[in-house]
Design a protein. Structure first.
Length: 368
């Protein structure tokens, strides 16, 4: 019987041979980089310094994007180099990262996107547990959602910044695509839809139009909703493609979020005794939580130092202080780093007019 496989085009065969040679060169260069990273790790051990420096990694990625000649798109540089740096960092010391689990959550995707896949994963049952594990040293870092472009702040994360010692050392964000998932490949017979409350809110319009009489059941995470749907045919879930694959579910409807540009921002948190504040990277954010006495003009007076010293405010959110006196905490993001003189002067002046003042962290802005 004749061989049914047609011979390869000679041009294609030549190109594949050249690609194989380039891949071997890349592997050799990556191993050279890994050996250098091991040497860096030895120096850091002798100095007693930390293995992970988010500002350094941000500077590396920014520098590479600036000199990238193409055709590789600049948007592809960050995820490629995060994986390379993750693999090299793992040669120094394993990085333990806590996040809202189980497997398949957007928090897990955020953790992998920021740290790369060469980490020790520490899935947690709640945002509170992420803070607790990171505070206690069970994890080196925690990844917590802080803001959604559709539903606003994640209140529990903001509240926990007041009561734990953790500070923010980095940030990352994800485009959030919500899918309706189920064990059965049909919309018929769904009795309840399980998802995190934020996801249920982000898909309110679609659910009201297509499944108006189905119960919406809040659970601890979207991945937990997917897990529940995998064992109960009467349930559906709202979760990521990753969660659907993890639990063997059919996608009944993709991208059902009301906002097609839905995005969630995550904070990378760590204990200041184990991970110091990042140094200035050139593209930094400083996050604060403050309060002022309840008097006329107090909020205005709080903002004056920022204007006087030319510091831009990129976020301003309020949360009740739960004192019963109609008092509030204000969460503020500022553009810049305290190592910059105008930022340092503004922070000193701001501290002087606040009844409560806490720097939540200074860190490089998200690198895409």
């Amino acid at each position: 019987m004749a061989d049914p496989t047609p011979p390869l085009n000679p041009d294609l065969l030549s190109l594949r041979t050249r690609i194989d040679a380039v891949d071997r060169e890349l592997l050799d260069l990556l191993n050279q980089r890994a050996r250098l990273a091991q040497e860096v790790g030895e120096v850091k051990k002798r100095e007693g310094s930390v293995a992970f420096r988010p500002e350094r990694e941000a500077q590396v990625i920014d520098g590479l994007k600036a000199v990238n000649p193409g055709p590789l798109k600049s948007d592809s540089v960050a995820p490629i180099w995060r994986e390379i740096m993750s693999a090299c960092r793992a040669l120094e010391t394993p990085t333990r990262v806590a996040y809202l689990g189980p497997a398949g959550t957007f928090s897990e995707l955020a953790a992998l996107g920021f740290f790369g896949s060469s980490i020790v994963r520490v899935p947690c049952a709640s945002i509170d547990e992420v803070f607790r594990s990171t505070s206690a040293g069970a994890a080196d870092f925690g990844v917590v959602p802080v803001e959604n472009s559709t539903e606003g702040v994640v209140a529990r994360s903001l509240d926990l910044f007041l009561t734990t010692p953790l500070h923010i050392v980095g940030e990352t964000s994800l485009f959030v695509l919500h899918n309706l998932l189920r064990r059965e490949n049909s919309l018929d017979g769904i009795q309840a839809i399980c998802a995190h409350p934020q996801a249920l809110a982000q898909c309110h319009g679609w659910l009201s139009n297509h499944l108006p009489n189905v119960e919406r059941r809040p659970v601890s995470s979207n991945a937990e909703g997917a897990r529940l749907a995998s064992v109960d045919p009467s349930l559906a879930a709202i979760a990521s493609d990753r969660a659907g694959g993890e639990y063997g579910l059919h996608t009944l409807a993709p991208a059902i979020q009301d906002d097609p540009h839905n995005r969630t921002r995550f904070a990378i948190v760590a204990h200041p005794q184990r991970q110091p504040q990042p140094q200035a990277s050139g593209h930094d954010c400083t996050s604060l939580v403050v309060s002022v006495t309840n008097r006329p003009g107090a909020v205005h007076d709080m903002l004056v130092p920022l204007k006087e010293h030319g510091v831009s405010m990129t976020r301003f959110e309020s949360r009740p202080a739960r004192s019963g006196q109609w008092e509030y905490y204000f969460y503020i993001d500022l553009q810049g780093h305290p190592e910059q003189p105008h930022v340092a002067t503004a922070l000193t002046a701001l501290r002087g007019v606040c009844a409560y003042f806490k720097v939540l962290g200074t860190y490089p802005v998200d690198v895409h």
